[in-house]
Write a protein that binds this ligand. Structure first.
Ligand code: CA
Length: 423
Protein backbone atom coordinates (compact mmCIF):
# COMPACT_ATOMS: atom_id res chain seq x y z
CA UNK A 1 0.00 0.00 0.00
CA UNK A 2 1.32 3.43 -0.96
CA UNK A 3 0.07 5.20 2.18
CA UNK A 4 2.89 7.72 1.62
CA UNK A 5 0.99 8.96 -1.43
CA UNK A 6 -2.15 10.01 0.51
CA UNK A 7 -2.89 13.43 -1.03
CA UNK A 8 -4.61 14.69 2.14
CA UNK A 9 -1.55 14.20 4.29
CA UNK A 10 0.20 17.31 5.64
CA UNK A 11 3.57 17.50 7.33
CA UNK A 12 4.64 19.28 10.51
CA UNK A 13 7.57 20.52 8.41
CA UNK A 14 6.52 23.65 6.56
CA UNK A 15 6.15 23.15 2.79
CA UNK A 16 5.26 25.96 0.38
CA UNK A 17 2.65 25.23 -2.29
CA UNK A 18 5.28 25.71 -5.03
CA UNK A 19 7.71 23.25 -3.45
CA UNK A 20 8.71 20.13 -5.42
CA UNK A 21 9.06 18.25 -2.14
CA UNK A 22 5.80 17.90 -0.20
CA UNK A 23 5.40 14.96 2.20
CA UNK A 24 3.96 12.90 -0.69
CA UNK A 25 7.30 12.99 -2.56
CA UNK A 26 9.94 11.54 -0.19
CA UNK A 27 12.80 11.26 -2.68
CA UNK A 28 16.17 9.73 -1.85
CA UNK A 29 19.61 11.33 -2.12
CA UNK A 30 23.04 11.53 -0.53
CA UNK A 31 24.35 14.61 1.25
CA UNK A 32 27.30 15.91 3.20
CA UNK A 33 26.54 17.86 6.39
CA UNK A 34 28.56 20.82 7.70
CA UNK A 35 30.01 18.38 10.26
CA UNK A 36 31.47 16.35 7.37
CA UNK A 37 29.10 13.44 7.73
CA UNK A 38 27.99 11.73 4.51
CA UNK A 39 24.55 10.18 4.78
CA UNK A 40 21.61 9.01 2.77
CA UNK A 41 18.66 11.30 3.21
CA UNK A 42 15.30 12.48 2.08
CA UNK A 43 13.77 15.92 1.81
CA UNK A 44 10.53 17.61 2.86
CA UNK A 45 10.18 21.29 1.95
CA UNK A 46 13.45 23.01 2.77
CA UNK A 47 14.60 20.35 5.25
CA UNK A 48 17.10 17.60 4.48
CA UNK A 49 16.48 14.56 6.66
CA UNK A 50 19.30 12.27 7.80
CA UNK A 51 18.09 8.68 7.38
CA UNK A 52 21.13 7.06 9.00
CA UNK A 53 20.50 9.04 12.20
CA UNK A 54 16.80 8.15 12.08
CA UNK A 55 17.74 4.48 11.69
CA UNK A 56 20.22 4.61 14.60
CA UNK A 57 17.55 6.20 16.78
CA UNK A 58 15.24 3.26 16.07
CA UNK A 59 12.61 4.93 13.89
CA UNK A 60 12.66 2.16 11.26
CA UNK A 61 11.94 -0.60 13.76
CA UNK A 62 10.05 -3.48 12.15
CA UNK A 63 11.48 -2.86 8.67
CA UNK A 64 14.24 -5.34 7.82
CA UNK A 65 17.15 -2.97 7.07
CA UNK A 66 20.89 -3.64 7.45
CA UNK A 67 22.34 -1.49 10.25
CA UNK A 68 24.57 0.60 7.96
CA UNK A 69 22.30 0.76 4.90
CA UNK A 70 21.88 4.54 5.15
CA UNK A 71 25.41 5.26 6.33
CA UNK A 72 26.66 5.01 2.76
CA UNK A 73 27.93 7.39 0.11
CA UNK A 74 25.54 6.00 -2.54
CA UNK A 75 21.99 4.64 -2.63
CA UNK A 76 23.10 1.38 -4.28
CA UNK A 77 22.80 -0.90 -1.22
CA UNK A 78 19.40 0.54 -0.31
CA UNK A 79 18.20 0.17 -3.91
CA UNK A 80 19.29 -3.49 -3.92
CA UNK A 81 16.81 -4.22 -1.09
CA UNK A 82 13.97 -3.96 -3.63
CA UNK A 83 10.64 -2.27 -4.12
CA UNK A 84 8.76 -3.68 -1.07
CA UNK A 85 11.47 -2.17 1.19
CA UNK A 86 11.52 1.20 -0.61
CA UNK A 87 7.75 1.30 -0.07
CA UNK A 88 7.95 0.44 3.63
CA UNK A 89 10.57 3.15 4.19
CA UNK A 90 8.58 5.80 2.30
CA UNK A 91 5.41 4.88 4.19
CA UNK A 92 7.21 5.06 7.55
CA UNK A 93 8.72 8.46 6.72
CA UNK A 94 5.32 9.78 5.68
CA UNK A 95 3.88 8.65 9.04
CA UNK A 96 6.75 10.11 11.08
CA UNK A 97 6.48 13.53 9.50
CA UNK A 98 2.67 13.59 9.38
CA UNK A 99 1.10 16.57 11.13
CA UNK A 100 -0.91 14.17 13.30
CA UNK A 101 2.17 12.36 14.61
CA UNK A 102 4.12 13.79 17.57
CA UNK A 103 6.49 10.85 18.09
CA UNK A 104 9.51 12.53 16.52
CA UNK A 105 8.24 16.11 16.45
CA UNK A 106 8.06 16.32 20.24
CA UNK A 107 11.64 15.12 20.68
CA UNK A 108 13.81 18.22 20.18
CA UNK A 109 17.03 16.34 20.75
CA UNK A 110 16.24 13.85 17.97
CA UNK A 111 15.00 16.58 15.63
CA UNK A 112 18.31 18.39 16.01
CA UNK A 113 20.18 15.23 15.04
CA UNK A 114 18.18 14.48 11.90
CA UNK A 115 16.94 17.78 10.40
CA UNK A 116 19.15 20.13 8.39
CA UNK A 117 18.42 23.18 6.28
CA UNK A 118 18.73 22.11 2.65
CA UNK A 119 20.90 25.18 2.06
CA UNK A 120 23.42 23.96 4.66
CA UNK A 121 24.13 20.52 3.12
CA UNK A 122 26.03 19.61 -0.02
CA UNK A 123 24.27 17.20 -2.35
CA UNK A 124 26.46 14.38 -3.68
CA UNK A 125 26.05 11.89 -6.54
CA UNK A 126 23.09 9.76 -5.42
CA UNK A 127 24.18 6.50 -7.05
CA UNK A 128 27.21 4.71 -8.39
CA UNK A 129 26.32 3.80 -11.95
CA UNK A 130 28.38 0.94 -13.32
CA UNK A 131 26.69 1.40 -16.65
CA UNK A 132 24.93 4.17 -18.50
CA UNK A 133 22.68 3.66 -21.51
CA UNK A 134 21.29 6.52 -23.56
CA UNK A 135 18.10 5.97 -25.56
CA UNK A 136 16.75 8.10 -28.40
CA UNK A 137 13.07 7.77 -27.59
CA UNK A 138 11.55 11.14 -28.54
CA UNK A 139 10.03 10.95 -32.00
CA UNK A 140 9.95 14.74 -32.29
CA UNK A 141 13.67 14.95 -31.48
CA UNK A 142 14.61 12.12 -33.84
CA UNK A 143 12.45 13.68 -36.56
CA UNK A 144 13.95 17.17 -36.10
CA UNK A 145 17.54 15.92 -36.17
CA UNK A 146 16.82 13.50 -39.02
CA UNK A 147 15.22 16.30 -41.03
CA UNK A 148 18.28 18.51 -40.54
CA UNK A 149 20.66 15.87 -41.86
CA UNK A 150 18.54 13.85 -44.36
CA UNK A 151 15.35 15.81 -45.07
CA UNK A 152 11.83 15.12 -43.76
CA UNK A 153 11.14 12.11 -46.05
CA UNK A 154 13.99 10.08 -44.54
CA UNK A 155 14.08 11.70 -41.11
CA UNK A 156 13.28 8.56 -39.10
CA UNK A 157 15.46 5.50 -39.77
CA UNK A 158 13.53 2.33 -40.76
CA UNK A 159 14.11 0.75 -37.33
CA UNK A 160 12.98 3.74 -35.24
CA UNK A 161 9.29 2.85 -34.74
CA UNK A 162 10.09 -0.83 -34.17
CA UNK A 163 12.53 -0.61 -31.26
CA UNK A 164 13.78 1.92 -28.71
CA UNK A 165 17.11 2.88 -30.31
CA UNK A 166 19.96 3.35 -27.82
CA UNK A 167 23.71 3.13 -27.28
CA UNK A 168 26.01 2.38 -24.38
CA UNK A 169 27.40 5.61 -22.92
CA UNK A 170 30.10 6.17 -20.33
CA UNK A 171 29.28 6.47 -16.63
CA UNK A 172 32.64 7.78 -15.32
CA UNK A 173 31.87 11.35 -16.44
CA UNK A 174 28.36 11.57 -14.96
CA UNK A 175 28.45 14.16 -12.17
CA UNK A 176 25.96 15.72 -9.80
CA UNK A 177 24.17 19.03 -10.37
CA UNK A 178 26.25 22.09 -9.49
CA UNK A 179 29.66 20.80 -10.61
CA UNK A 180 31.13 23.23 -13.11
CA UNK A 181 32.82 21.69 -16.14
CA UNK A 182 35.08 22.75 -19.00
CA UNK A 183 34.31 23.10 -22.67
CA UNK A 184 35.78 20.00 -24.32
CA UNK A 185 38.42 19.97 -27.01
CA UNK A 186 38.56 17.52 -29.84
CA UNK A 187 38.83 16.80 -33.52
CA UNK A 188 36.26 18.23 -35.89
CA UNK A 189 35.92 19.09 -39.55
CA UNK A 190 34.44 22.53 -40.28
CA UNK A 191 32.00 22.47 -43.21
CA UNK A 192 34.25 24.52 -45.50
CA UNK A 193 37.50 22.73 -44.57
CA UNK A 194 39.24 19.93 -46.51
CA UNK A 195 40.96 18.46 -43.48
CA UNK A 196 39.99 18.11 -39.82
CA UNK A 197 41.24 20.49 -37.11
CA UNK A 198 41.83 20.18 -33.36
CA UNK A 199 40.49 22.69 -30.86
CA UNK A 200 37.77 23.67 -28.40
CA UNK A 201 34.25 22.71 -29.47
CA UNK A 202 32.34 25.61 -31.04
CA UNK A 203 28.97 23.87 -30.79
CA UNK A 204 28.51 22.95 -27.13
CA UNK A 205 24.91 21.88 -26.56
CA UNK A 206 22.70 20.54 -23.77
CA UNK A 207 20.23 17.66 -24.10
CA UNK A 208 17.06 17.80 -21.98
CA UNK A 209 16.63 14.25 -20.73
CA UNK A 210 15.33 12.26 -17.82
CA UNK A 211 16.95 9.09 -16.58
CA UNK A 212 15.70 6.10 -14.61
CA UNK A 213 17.81 4.22 -12.10
CA UNK A 214 17.52 0.45 -11.94
CA UNK A 215 17.82 -2.04 -9.14
CA UNK A 216 19.66 -5.35 -9.38
CA UNK A 217 18.27 -7.28 -12.35
CA UNK A 218 18.30 -10.96 -13.24
CA UNK A 219 21.11 -13.35 -14.09
CA UNK A 220 23.03 -12.81 -17.31
CA UNK A 221 21.00 -14.48 -20.06
CA UNK A 222 17.58 -13.85 -18.49
CA UNK A 223 15.32 -11.06 -19.65
CA UNK A 224 13.06 -8.63 -17.81
CA UNK A 225 9.65 -8.56 -19.47
CA UNK A 226 7.78 -5.39 -20.32
CA UNK A 227 5.16 -6.21 -17.65
CA UNK A 228 7.66 -6.67 -14.80
CA UNK A 229 10.01 -3.84 -15.83
CA UNK A 230 8.75 -1.27 -13.31
CA UNK A 231 9.62 -3.62 -10.43
CA UNK A 232 13.23 -3.09 -11.48
CA UNK A 233 13.10 0.71 -11.63
CA UNK A 234 13.92 2.63 -8.43
CA UNK A 235 13.24 6.17 -9.57
CA UNK A 236 13.97 9.06 -11.87
CA UNK A 237 16.33 12.01 -12.17
CA UNK A 238 16.67 14.99 -14.51
CA UNK A 239 19.63 14.46 -16.81
CA UNK A 240 21.58 16.95 -18.94
CA UNK A 241 23.53 14.94 -21.48
CA UNK A 242 25.95 17.59 -22.78
CA UNK A 243 26.95 17.16 -26.41
CA UNK A 244 29.67 18.75 -28.55
CA UNK A 245 27.86 18.80 -31.89
CA UNK A 246 30.92 19.54 -34.03
CA UNK A 247 32.98 16.72 -32.51
CA UNK A 248 29.96 14.41 -32.72
CA UNK A 249 29.25 15.19 -36.40
CA UNK A 250 32.77 14.26 -37.52
CA UNK A 251 33.35 11.19 -35.35
CA UNK A 252 30.02 9.36 -35.29
CA UNK A 253 30.24 7.27 -38.47
CA UNK A 254 30.02 4.26 -38.32
CA UNK A 255 29.97 3.36 -34.60
CA UNK A 256 27.98 6.24 -33.15
CA UNK A 257 28.55 8.75 -30.32
CA UNK A 258 31.95 8.83 -28.61
CA UNK A 259 34.03 11.84 -27.45
CA UNK A 260 31.34 14.34 -28.45
CA UNK A 261 29.21 12.88 -25.64
CA UNK A 262 31.36 11.50 -22.82
CA UNK A 263 33.07 14.60 -21.39
CA UNK A 264 30.29 15.41 -18.87
CA UNK A 265 26.64 14.70 -18.07
CA UNK A 266 24.83 16.16 -15.07
CA UNK A 267 22.26 14.42 -12.85
CA UNK A 268 19.79 16.00 -10.41
CA UNK A 269 20.58 14.93 -6.81
CA UNK A 270 17.18 13.73 -5.51
CA UNK A 271 15.93 10.44 -6.97
CA UNK A 272 12.12 10.53 -7.12
CA UNK A 273 10.58 7.06 -6.94
CA UNK A 274 8.15 5.76 -9.56
CA UNK A 275 5.76 5.28 -6.62
CA UNK A 276 5.77 9.04 -5.93
CA UNK A 277 5.05 9.70 -9.62
CA UNK A 278 2.15 7.22 -9.71
CA UNK A 279 -0.60 9.93 -9.46
CA UNK A 280 0.74 11.44 -12.67
CA UNK A 281 0.60 8.35 -14.86
CA UNK A 282 -0.89 9.06 -18.30
CA UNK A 283 -1.24 7.19 -21.59
CA UNK A 284 1.78 7.07 -23.90
CA UNK A 285 1.50 8.33 -27.48
CA UNK A 286 -0.26 5.78 -29.71
CA UNK A 287 2.26 3.51 -31.41
CA UNK A 288 1.79 2.84 -35.10
CA UNK A 289 2.87 0.29 -36.28
CA UNK A 290 2.11 -1.94 -33.29
CA UNK A 291 5.45 -3.06 -31.85
CA UNK A 292 6.44 -6.74 -31.59
CA UNK A 293 4.74 -8.55 -28.67
CA UNK A 294 7.78 -8.32 -26.34
CA UNK A 295 7.50 -4.49 -26.55
CA UNK A 296 3.73 -4.13 -26.19
CA UNK A 297 3.00 -2.13 -23.04
CA UNK A 298 -0.16 -0.66 -21.56
CA UNK A 299 1.69 0.93 -18.63
CA UNK A 300 1.69 4.38 -20.14
CA UNK A 301 4.08 7.03 -18.97
CA UNK A 302 4.21 10.04 -16.62
CA UNK A 303 3.08 13.64 -17.06
CA UNK A 304 6.19 15.60 -16.02
CA UNK A 305 6.69 19.23 -17.07
CA UNK A 306 10.25 19.99 -18.17
CA UNK A 307 11.87 23.40 -18.45
CA UNK A 308 15.29 24.61 -19.60
CA UNK A 309 16.88 27.97 -18.77
CA UNK A 310 20.12 29.69 -19.83
CA UNK A 311 21.63 32.06 -17.27
CA UNK A 312 24.55 34.12 -18.62
CA UNK A 313 27.38 34.96 -16.19
CA UNK A 314 25.94 37.44 -13.66
CA UNK A 315 22.66 37.63 -15.60
CA UNK A 316 19.05 36.48 -15.41
CA UNK A 317 17.52 33.10 -16.16
CA UNK A 318 16.05 32.88 -19.68
CA UNK A 319 13.50 30.13 -20.25
CA UNK A 320 14.25 28.60 -23.64
CA UNK A 321 12.28 25.34 -23.61
CA UNK A 322 9.12 23.89 -22.06
CA UNK A 323 8.62 20.21 -22.85
CA UNK A 324 7.04 17.20 -21.15
CA UNK A 325 8.19 13.65 -20.41
CA UNK A 326 4.82 12.31 -21.64
CA UNK A 327 5.77 13.04 -25.26
CA UNK A 328 8.25 10.14 -25.33
CA UNK A 329 7.24 7.51 -27.90
CA UNK A 330 8.85 4.63 -25.99
CA UNK A 331 8.13 4.32 -22.24
CA UNK A 332 10.53 3.18 -19.52
CA UNK A 333 9.09 -0.37 -19.45
CA UNK A 334 9.66 -0.77 -23.17
CA UNK A 335 13.19 0.60 -22.86
CA UNK A 336 14.15 -1.82 -20.09
CA UNK A 337 12.43 -4.81 -21.74
CA UNK A 338 14.26 -4.12 -24.98
CA UNK A 339 17.59 -3.58 -23.19
CA UNK A 340 17.42 -7.02 -21.55
CA UNK A 341 15.63 -9.02 -24.25
CA UNK A 342 18.94 -10.51 -25.41
CA UNK A 343 19.86 -11.52 -21.84
CA UNK A 344 21.90 -8.37 -21.08
CA UNK A 345 22.03 -7.94 -17.28
CA UNK A 346 21.63 -4.76 -15.24
CA UNK A 347 22.82 -3.71 -11.79
CA UNK A 348 21.54 -1.53 -8.96
CA UNK A 349 22.39 2.08 -9.73
CA UNK A 350 22.59 1.74 -13.51
CA UNK A 351 21.32 4.79 -15.36
CA UNK A 352 19.09 4.64 -18.44
CA UNK A 353 18.52 8.03 -20.04
CA UNK A 354 15.60 8.87 -22.29
CA UNK A 355 17.37 10.77 -25.03
CA UNK A 356 16.50 14.42 -25.70
CA UNK A 357 12.82 15.04 -24.91
CA UNK A 358 11.39 17.39 -27.53
CA UNK A 359 7.68 18.05 -27.91
CA UNK A 360 5.49 18.84 -30.92
CA UNK A 361 5.84 22.64 -30.71
CA UNK A 362 8.81 24.89 -31.48
CA UNK A 363 9.05 26.05 -27.85
CA UNK A 364 9.36 22.44 -26.68
CA UNK A 365 12.59 21.58 -28.49
CA UNK A 366 15.04 20.04 -26.03
CA UNK A 367 18.44 21.02 -27.47
CA UNK A 368 20.08 24.10 -29.01
CA UNK A 369 20.68 22.02 -32.15
CA UNK A 370 16.92 22.00 -32.67
CA UNK A 371 16.06 25.40 -31.11
CA UNK A 372 18.46 27.30 -33.42
CA UNK A 373 18.29 24.69 -36.22
CA UNK A 374 22.06 24.03 -36.19
CA UNK A 375 22.79 27.72 -35.55
CA UNK A 376 20.79 29.02 -38.54
CA UNK A 377 18.26 30.82 -36.28
CA UNK A 378 20.07 32.17 -33.19
CA UNK A 379 18.00 33.09 -30.15
CA UNK A 380 18.28 36.42 -28.30
CA UNK A 381 18.46 36.43 -24.49
CA UNK A 382 17.00 39.12 -22.22
CA UNK A 383 20.40 40.87 -22.01
CA UNK A 384 20.43 41.28 -25.80
CA UNK A 385 23.13 38.69 -26.49
CA UNK A 386 22.63 35.94 -29.06
CA UNK A 387 23.15 32.20 -28.72
CA UNK A 388 23.58 29.56 -31.39
CA UNK A 389 24.93 27.14 -28.80
CA UNK A 390 26.14 27.55 -25.17
CA UNK A 391 28.74 30.24 -24.31
CA UNK A 392 31.52 30.03 -21.73
CA UNK A 393 30.19 31.32 -18.41
CA UNK A 394 26.60 30.25 -19.15
CA UNK A 395 24.75 28.18 -16.57
CA UNK A 396 22.13 25.80 -17.97
CA UNK A 397 19.32 24.85 -15.58
CA UNK A 398 16.67 22.17 -16.07
CA UNK A 399 13.63 21.75 -13.84
CA UNK A 400 11.01 19.00 -13.74
CA UNK A 401 7.71 18.74 -11.86
CA UNK A 402 4.27 17.17 -12.05
CA UNK A 403 1.09 19.03 -11.09
CA UNK A 404 -2.44 17.77 -10.73
CA UNK A 405 -5.39 19.01 -8.66
CA UNK A 406 -3.33 21.09 -6.23
CA UNK A 407 -0.67 18.39 -5.83
CA UNK A 408 2.87 19.09 -7.00
CA UNK A 409 5.68 16.53 -6.99
CA UNK A 410 8.97 17.65 -8.51
CA UNK A 411 12.48 16.47 -9.18
CA UNK A 412 14.07 19.80 -8.30
CA UNK A 413 16.70 20.95 -10.75
CA UNK A 414 19.94 20.06 -12.46
CA UNK A 415 22.31 22.91 -13.21
CA UNK A 416 25.86 23.36 -14.37
CA UNK A 417 28.11 26.18 -15.51
CA UNK A 418 30.28 25.90 -18.59
CA UNK A 419 33.86 27.06 -18.03
CA UNK A 420 36.35 27.86 -20.83
CA UNK A 421 38.35 25.00 -22.34
CA UNK A 422 41.50 24.03 -20.44
CA UNK A 423 44.86 24.70 -22.15
CA1 CA B 1 21.74 11.92 -25.13
Amino acid sequence: MLTANNPNRKSWIEVSTESDFPIQNIPFGVFLTQDDVTTIGTRIGEKAIDLSALHQLGYFEGIPLPEDVFLQDTLNDFITLGRPTWRQVRNRLADLFDLENNELRSNNDHCEQILFAVSSVQMLMPVFSQDYTDFYSSMEHAFNVGTMFRGPENALMPNWKHLPVGYHGRSSSIVVSGEDFHRPKGQMKPQDADVPVFGASKALDFELEMGFITTEGKHLGERITVDEAEEYIFGMVIFNDWSARDIQAWEYVPLGPFLGKNFASHMSPWVVTLDALEPFRVASPKQDPTPLPYLQSNHGTFDIELEVFIQPEGGKENKICHSNFKHLYWNVSQQLAHHTVNGCNIHAGDLMASGTISGPTEDSRGSMLEITWRGANPITLSDGTERKFINDGDTVLMRAYSKKGGMRIGLGEVKAKLLPALE
